[in-house]
Structures are given as structure tokens and as C-alpha cells.
Design a protein around this ligand. Structure first.
Ligand code: AMP
Length: 357
């Protein structure tokens, strides 16, 4: 935790993650009263007092998604599919999905005792921190990157092999649904997430291009958290991506998915300076119709404006030329086909909203 004492001698802790704040907001604003599940997202900065290194910062950004109100395995699969499809939509391919289960209040307590007993036998191999974790919460040992602790864990019994019937059935159902929609995954028995509130499904998405800090994002179920915060018991699932890691994993600039780049619908080119106010007004009106419109503000020549339109991948260029304007008309050029036609100024907005067809 990033905790410090401020000038008023108060101990302050900066927000380390946003699932708990989302849950608090869910309860405070009674969001569970409407139809369920409630689907929320956030984009926010987080703070953790960790040793800074490549991909691990004390301030970083997360994009997170939470769905509260359903225990159905299908919503776990939906959240995972959303995460995977988001990655491909921004041009990150080849990420690996790992899934696991943390069990629930029926099977986890017994498993924790089994794990504690197994690790206690190897306590002398564990790092100082893990020896303490052993007493408090042996699952926390799974967060440790120390090779000796990893080795001790590798031989220890795993939660995934000690699930109760309900947790096993839920886990298998999530896997079957992912299979049905063609999302590949690996089952990772070591995937036990650090926050205490996770139950049942956990998942992590990793990239091979990130080095030691290879997690792009992760998440899972937290079926008890709403009740723990004093709300009505509400099962929930969510995940968060680390924005800096996504940026690191993006292919080098220029090679990214062209479809992800918002292209310009219309570029308005102006020949005579006196027509700029009219062109400006038209641009604003077209934007109000929902079109992406660009216009020159640098006094460029027509030639340079056409070059710019090309660079912006404009679909159409509307040329405000003095001769046509004198007759109440403008020229519309489709940049892909090179086709040109004239349109009356009066019909311009209606025609633009139909893509000048
Ligand atoms: P977590 O909330 O720990 O499950 O983290 C979700 C994601 O946030 C991770 O998979 C990382 O991509 C990112 N993340 C977590 N901690 C950091 C950090 N200190 N610096 C940068 N990114 C982080």
C-alpha cells in the first residue's frame, strides 16, 4: 500500500485498485435495485508502494470492467471474452490466457490448512516474508516470486485439485463455454490471486513480449465482497488491464491495427479565405450529425489540404471553391475511388449523413 502521513498527521493510503471502490459505490448508490447484472467500467490511476522496475510503477493506470449480480459461469466467460477481444481490437495478438480457481468458503478453508501443513514442512526454504504469510494467509505465498518459494509451492497441493463439487462444476462450465467460443486457455494451478476477496474463477492474460512483468491484466470472481462491505450478497466478476503494459505490448508505432485508428469521414477543403467561416459552420453542423470532420486551420493551399485529407484517411473531401459556391454548390470527392460530383449547399448536410451516396 502507498501509505504516508500527511501534514495534519493523518495516515493516508492511495487507492491500490478499483474493485473495492466499485463495490462501495454499488452499495452506496443502491445499484443492485435495478436489473442485474450491473455492468460497469473504470479507467483510473492506481498507486502501490512497490519497487519500481520495467512494467511496475508506483503510479499506473488501469482499465477495468465489473459485472455484479450473477453467479452464472457464462458471465465469467463473457468477461474473459471481452478482455481477449479488446486486446485483438487494439492490435495485441498472441496473448496467453490462464485460468484457475480459488474455491469458495466451502472448500478453501480446508485447502488452506492442507497448504499450510505442506509448506510448514519446508518453512526453512521459504523467504522471511513467506514464513510470515504462512501464519496469516498461506495463499499469499503464491504471490511470491522468490525461486525457492516457487519451488516449495510447485510440490505443494493445489486449490484446483481440492475444489468442492460446486466450484469444480463452475470452473468446468467456464472452460466449456470458452471452448465453445473458440478462446484458448491454459489451466494454471499456481494462479492464485493476491487479493483476499477473490473466490472461484481467476484469470490472467500474459504477453510474451513483456519480460518479467508479463501480466497484461487479470481478474476473477469476488462473490463475497459486496456482502463483506455490508451489502446484500451479490456474486460478481471483473478484470483490469494495466494500461502501461498494454502500451508496452503494442507492436511498434505504425504497425498497429489500422482498423483501430479512427478515420475521418469528411475533410472540408477551402480555396478562398473568405469562405472559411462558412466552411467552419458546415464542419460543426456535420459533427453534430455524428460525423468525424476535419478542416484546415493553418492557411494551407488546396494542394496541401488534399494531402492532409489523404493522411487523415478521409473518406470524402468537400471542396469549398469560389466558382461553385457562387452557384450555391460544392464539389465532393471520394478519396478512395477519385469520383467527384457537385452537390447543392442546401442538400450538403443531408447528403453527408448518407455518406454522399
Ligand atoms: P491487479 O489489480 O494486481 O490484478 O493488476 C491488474 C493489472 O494491472 C496487472 O495485470 C498489470 O497489468 C497492472 N499492474 C498491476 N500493478 C502494476 C504496477 N505496479 N505497475 C504497472 N502496472 C501494474
Amino acid at each position: 500500500m502507498y501509505t504516508f502521513v500527511d501534514r495534519g498527521d493523518r495516515s493516508l493510503t492511495l487507492r491500490p485498485e478499483a474493485t473495492a471502490p466499485v463495490v462501495r459505490a454499488f452499495i452506496e448508490h443502491n445499484l443492485g435495485a435495478g436489473s442485474l447484472p450491473v455492468k460497469l467500467y473504470y479507467f483510473a490511476n492506481m498507486f502501490r508502494y512497490e519497487r519500481p522496475q520495467a512494467g511496475r510503477y508506483r503510479e499506473f493506470w488501469q482499465l477495468g470492467v465489473e459485472a455484479l449480480g450473477s453467479a452464472e459461469p457464462a458471465i465469467d466467460a463473457e468477461a474473459i471474452a471481452l478482455a481477449m477481444e479488446y486486446l485483438s481490437s487494439i492490435g495485441i495478438d498472441g496473448a496467453t490466457l490462464k485460468i484457475g480457481s480459488m474455491g469458495d468458503e466451502n472448500c478453501r478453508p480446508a485447502y488452506m490448512e492442507t497448504l499450510r501443513a505442506a509448506l510448514a514442512g519446508k518453512a526453512e526454504n521459504l523467504c522471511e516474508d513467506c514464513r510470515q504469510r504462512l501464519a496469516l494467509n498461506p495463499l499469499r505465498v503464491f504471490d511470491c516470486k522468490n525461486p525457492a518459494c516457487r519451488a516449495a509451492l510447485a510440490e505443494a497441493p493445489k486449490m484446483i485439485d481440492n475444489l468442492c463439487g460446486d466450484c469444480r462444476a463452475h470452473f468446468d462450465a467456464v472452460g466449456a463455454l470458452l471452448g465453445q467460443i473458440g478462446i484458448d486457455f491454459e489451466i494454471d494451478p499456481m494462479l492464485v490471486r493476491g487479493f483476499d476477496y477473490y473466490t472461484s474463477t481467476t484469470f490472467e492474460i500474459q504477453s510474451a513480449n513483456l519480460g518479467a512483468q508479463n501480466a497484461l491484466g487479470g481478474g476473477g470472481r469476488y462473490d463475497r465482497l459486496v456482502a463483506d462491505y455490508g451489502g446484500k450478497p451479490t456474486p460478481a466478476v471483473g478484470f483490469a488491464f494495466g494500461i502501461e503494459r498494454l502500451i508496452m505490448a503494442l507492436p511498434a508505432a505504425g504497425a498497429h491495427n489500422a482498423e483501430a485508428v479512427q478515420s475521418t469521414d469528411v475533410f472540408i477543403a477551402v480555396i478562398d479565405d473568405k469562405d472559411r467561416p462558412l466552411a467552419f459552420k458546415t464542419a460543426v453542423e456535420m459533427r453534430r450529425l455524428g460525423l468525424t470532420v476535419e478542416i484546415d486551420y493553418m492557411g494551407r493551399s488546396l494542394r496541401s489540404q488534399m494531402k492532409l485529407a489523404d493522411k487523415l484517411q478521409a473518406v470524402s473531401v468537400v471542396v469549398f471553391g469560389p466558382d461553385e459556391l457562387a452557384r450555391g454548390k460544392v464539389t465532393v470527392r471520394n478519396l478512395a475511388s477519385g469520383e467527384e460530383k457537385t452537390t447543392g449547399l442546401k442538400n450538403l448536410l443531408a447528403s453527408a449523413s448518407k455518406g454522399f451516396k
